[in-house]
Design a protein. Structure first.
Ligand SMILES: Nc1ncnc2c1ncn2[C@@H]1O[C@H](COP(=O)(O)OP(=O)(O)OP(=O)(O)O)[C@@H](O)[C@H]1O
Ligand SMILES: [Mg+2]
Lengths: 252, 343
């Protein structure tokens, strides 16, 4: 594989929380155009790794390179503007704002309209049609006018996804996109990710192994902040250390 | 069907809004007929100041404890320009306001990186520095004596009558209020409101949240400056009181009393406190601060949303009642929406 194919690279990435090493010398290579799953037991450091990749945490050591740019220590907004979108594991929405307005805010972010304070916010209606389209894709069209706080948990997850998609990212980071969803919604979300991965790279943290199996090209298993195994799903699944560390607890 | 219902609801709300605006303008234009005119002018100045403060506290979630710096800088700046140049007072006020906004740029730059109590402390520290400089720089500011003899210049008009001056000052205040309203209901205002609720999420969308905060900080200081400049011209002098921390406290009290984040509530809070203080002063009360403080605490404890916030909350609770006509359609989906935990 050529180096240029990697859209996301980490080099010896480490993160300490007051002496506790949550991430230890993680070197990842995410190949452009693939779906890369990040799995591991609770507390393995998956979310911490996402926070390091998106600038919400500064690494103690190591580097993060996105599309050839060293973004180590950059602000979240700067990394976002490179075409990196993320969803949050703990749903992170604006409670009083409607689903449609969430997506409109995301659609607006690349346009510079958000800086305009001397004109009416009705200008944001230009994003409405596209917003409703995206909500339809995640199965939320009929809930478009509901404030986020009134949505059931699984629907909040779906809204997270719609927001991330609205940014039309090159690199899509999804932290447990199907957690708390009903079976039907899990299937829809899986199908949706399979559809939107075209022309994108997806890194997803996921506990549901059938979702990982059907989507991921590569699986990285994280344990206690370190990479345990990496490879195609079938190989990783058969790896005894993995079964012991992680799959055993979930699949059995 | 849903659309027509929503439409009707919106139209009713639009009528309510126009009615409210008409009532507000009526009060604004009638104020000096019912009150001692200088007090009426004080009310609209403090009202604009409190609205500026609410832009920051209610709409950006930033509690400044140093807004006296901007009100006061403009009061002195306006006074100095008016005394030394003899330009129309509008120009002097604009000059003082520009000085306040310019001061807000470095202070805001350093402060918006922090939030909560740290933000309040940084703004307070800078405001105390402004107070110190104003006090020490006697040759220019008059020190403890204040800046005396600020003229109400306007070629072709005699503004020595406070009743007339009120109507000269009111348009400036109304423009300031219009600006505040426009900002809240702009694309910028929407991003700001989102950033207040969830800054991390806004940054993940690619919005530089700190820049947004800095812009609203400077705008808030600008409007506070507009109010402070008018206030100084109204009184004909600027005193150290203008840059003292109690002024920062007083404007916070007005906004909280009126209702944080309600914008117009700040006007009500300002009117209540200015009126009360005036009444206590004329009644010969010494401890006006104590009395207003106690009343403030009582109101805030009983009506947690403030005066305006409580009223609109009650109105909205009523207005929302007919909504169930729309809701059934949505409720229908509810069963399939219930999350079923997996794995
Ligand atoms: N801000 C923080 N301060 C201190 N410790 C933290 C912080 N964030 C995470 N940790 C710790 O780092 C470790 C990794 O946490 P992380 O949330 O990354 O795990 P995870 O793999 O995402 O787990 P889960 O599957 O439960 O989401 C945990 O032990 C956690 O307690
Ligand atoms: Mg996690």
């Amino acid at each position: 594989m050529k180096q240029s194919q990697a859209i996301l690279v980490t080099r010896h990435l480490s993160k300490d929380f007051r002496g506790f090493r949550a991430i230890n010398a993680v070197s990842l290579r995410v190949v452009a155009g693939t779906v890369h799953a990040l799995v591991g037991p609770n507390g393995a450091g998956k979310t911490t790794l996402f926070n390091l990749l998106t600038g919400f945490l500064k690494p103690t050591e190591g580097h993060v390179v996105v599309a050839g740019h060293d973004v180590t220590g950059h602000s979240p907004e700067r990394i976002a503007r490179l075409g990196v979108a993320r969803s949050f594991q703990v749903t992170s929405l604006f409670p009083k704002v409607t689903a449609r307005e969430h997506v409109e805010l995301a659609l607006q972010s690349g346009t510079g309209l958000g800086r305009i304070f001397w004109r009416t916010d009705r200008l944001m209606r230009r994003f409405s049609d596209r917003a409703v389209e995206l909500l339809d894709e995640v199965g939320l069209a009929r809930l478009a006018e509901r404030p986020a706080e009134s949505l059931p948990y699984g629907q909040k997850r779906a809204l997270e996804l719609a927001i991330a998609l609205a940014l039309n990212p090159k690199l899509l980071l999804l932290d447990e996109p199907t957690a708390g969803m009903g079976l039907e919604d899990v299937d829809r979300t899986t199908a949706l990710i399979a559809r939107v991965r075209a022309g994108r790279t997806v890194v997803m943290v996921e506990h549901n192994m059938s979702v990982v199996g059907s989507l991921a090209d590569t699986v990285t298993v994280l344990q206690r902040g370190e990479v345990l195994v990496e490879g195609p799903y079938e190989e990783v699944k058969a790896e005894p250390r993995v079964i012991e560390a992680y799959l055993g607890a979930h699949v059995a | 069907m849903i659309l027509t219902l929503l439409d009707r609801l919106n139209r009713r709300r639009a009528w309510l809004r126009w009615g409210l605006l008409a009532a507000g303008l009526l009060v604004a234009f009638g104020l000096p007929w019912t009150l001692y005119p200088p007090v009426a002018t004080d009310i609209v100045c403090w009202g604009l100041f409190a609205v500026a403060f609410d832009l920051l506290l209610g709409h950006a979630g930033l509690l400044s404890f140093g807004h006296a710096a901007f009100w006061g800088t403009s009061a002195y700046g306006t006074g100095l320009i008016a005394i030394h140049s003899g330009v129309p007072f509008y120009v002097a006020v604009l000059g003082g306001t520009a000085a306040a906004a310019m001061l807000a740029l470095p202070i805001g730059y350093l402060a918006v990186r922090r939030s909560g109590i740290y933000f309040a402390m940084i703004t307070l520290a800078f405001a105390q520095m402004v107070y110190f400089v104003t006090n020490q720089w006697r040759d220019v500011t008059g020190g403890e004596n204040g800046l005396q003899g600020i003229p109400r210049t306007l070629p072709g008009f005699d503004l020595s009558n406070s009743f007339v001056f009120y109507y000269a000052a009111l348009p400036v205040v109304l423009l300031g209020l219009l600006a505040a309203w426009r900002i809240v209901h702009s694309p910028f205002g929407r991003v700001l409101a989102a950033a207040r609720e969830n800054p991390a999420r806004v940054r993940a969308l690619g919005y530089p949240a700190d820049h947004y905060k800095l812009v609203i900080f400077v705008i808030s200081a600008f409007l506070a400056g507009l109010a402070g400049g008018l206030y100084a011209v109204n009184h004909g002098f600027a005193s150290l009181q203008e840059v003292y921390w109690t002024t920062s406290g007083k404007v916070a009290m007005m906004t909280i009393l009126g209702g944080i984040g309600t914008l117009w509530g700040s006007l009500v809070g300002a009117a209540a406190i200015v009126r009360l203080e005036d009444w206590l002063a004329t009644a010969g009360f010494e401890a006006t601060g104590l009395v207003t403080g106690v009343i403030f605490i009582a109101v805030v404890l009983i009506f947690r949303r403030g005066i305006w916030g409580t009223i609109t909350h009650l109105l909205r609770a009523r207005a929302v009642a007919p909504v169930p006509q729309i809701e059934p359609h949505l409720e229908h989906d509810h069963d399939e929406l219930q999350p079923t935990p997996t794995n």
